[in-house]
Design a protein around this ligand. Structure first.
Ligand code: SF4
Length: 199
């Protein structure tokens, strides 16, 4: 059949096709504009990125937390998205289901954001300041060490053992934090010392 189409007929048909296509293009532009107007802005636009570590387990995956500036969030800066850090050597951007749900953890209304204290014999917890809690912990540690430090063994050899207090360190710390923690705890003479990574 194509053999029967003359050159003139072919060009005429092509011109008609171009005209229809142009009209279609005009119509499509309207649709395209309407479609573009309906698309929400990229949700991470204008956010700041903060790197951190998932607090849940000893794998210590790297995360990126995205926060909206206060001016765009009713005057309060808040985290609105958390994902795995693709540059982190442990997880390379991946997160397990617990880590993937970290935003719910951050926003949980039951999450404790300040230390609490329950006095001996009391039934109620009361909120205290970080300074108060740290001072109290330091006071207990000092008093216990002063009272119970074993300076020499039965043979009179200096040992400086502190056996009445134990420490549990975090596994998600940096090497430097881990090194300092180890020096402080061992330097104080404590032998009962473990890490969340083994729990
Ligand atoms: S994302 Fe999962 S595997 Fe990684 S540290 Fe958090 S809980 Fe552990």
């Amino acid at each position: 059949m194509l053999d029967n189409v003359s050159r003139r007929q072919f060009l005429g048909g092509a011109a008609a096709t171009i005209a229809v296509t142009s009209l279609g293009a005009l119509g499509f532009a309207d649709v395209e504009a309407a479609h573009a107007a309906a698309i929400r802005p990229f949700k991470l636009a204008h956010t700041t990125e903060t790197r951190n570590t998932c607090p849940y387990c000893a794998v210590a995956c790297g995360i990126i937390m995205y926060a909206k500036p206060a001016a765009e969030n009713g005057g309060k800066r808040s985290i609105m998205h958390i994902e795995g850090d693709p540059d982190h050597p442990t997880n390379r951007g991946t997160l397990c289901p617990k880590g993937a749900a970290l935003l719910e953890f951050v926003r949980a209304p039951t999450r404790l954001a300040k230390p609490r204290y329950r006095a001996p014999g009391a039934k109620e917890w009361k909120e205290v300041s970080w300074d108060w809690a740290l001072d109290r912990a330091a006071r207990h540690l000092k008093d216990d060490r002063d009272k119970n430090l074993v300076t020499t063994n039965a043979a009179g050899v200096t040992v400086n053992r502190w056996l009445t207090t134990g420490f549990l360190a975090a596994s998600a710390s940096t090497n430097e934090t881990g090194w300092i923690t180890f020096k402080v705890v061992r330097g104080a003479g404590a032998l009962a010392f473990d890490n969340q990574a083994r729990v």
